[in-house]
Design a protein around this ligand. Structure first.
Ligand code: IDP
Ligand code: MG
Length: 152
């Protein structure tokens, strides 16, 4: 499997509910590498670009309102297969259908307040990382246990 990067964001509900460490810790304990991290309140322009594919959906306006309503914790995680694995850790979009053990399955009930975003593919990951982060904000570093983190 190739080393990948994915964009993950703790949405305003996750931040307001005090779930940052709970959520971040799941990725850290899994063994993925955190290479960028910041807290920001997204602008409307950023939110509309981020959710651009949903522009024509009835929930778009409410989604943009919500994601811009308060601070978000934006991250880039790196590792073998991290894009699909992050989606597995996150769970189904509808929290009531998300499996126990997943972030949404354990921590959310409402589709409009499902605490976390994760990129859904290679192209979206590249697009979202470039949208939320400057190249200078991404740290290429080598954990001392790097050789344990990938399939040999
Ligand atoms: P994802 O976050 O699991 O990738 P998407 O289908 O890409 O799910 O939708 C993006 C976000 O839009 C969801 O996480 C959720 O917050 C919101 N959303 C999606 N569908 C609905 C809906 O039917 N009602 C309200 N919000 C929705
Ligand atoms: Mg999505």
């Amino acid at each position: 499997m190739d080393v990948e990067r994915t964009f993950v964001a703790i949405k305003p509900d996750g931040v307001q509910r005090g779930l940052i460490s709970e959520i971040l810790g799941r990725f850290e304990r899994k063994g993925f590498k955190l290479i960028a991290l910041k807290q920001l309140r997204p602008s409307r322009d950023l939110a509309e670009k981020h959710y651009g594919v949903h522009r024509d959906r009835p929930f778009f306006e409410g989604l943009v309102e919500f994601i811009t309503s308060g601070p978000v914790v934006a991250m880039v995680w790196e590792g073998d297969g991290v894009i699909a694995s992050a989606r597995t850790l996150i769970g189904a979009t509808k929290p009531l259908e998300a499996n126990p053990g997943t972030i949404r399955g354990d921590l959310a009930v409402n589709i409009g307040r499902n605490v976390i975003h994760g990129s859904d593919g290679i192209e979206t990951a590249a697009f979202e990382i470039g949208l939320w982060f400057e190249p200078s904000e991404i740290n290429d570093w080598m954990p001392s246990d790097q050789s344990w983190r990938s399939e040999s």
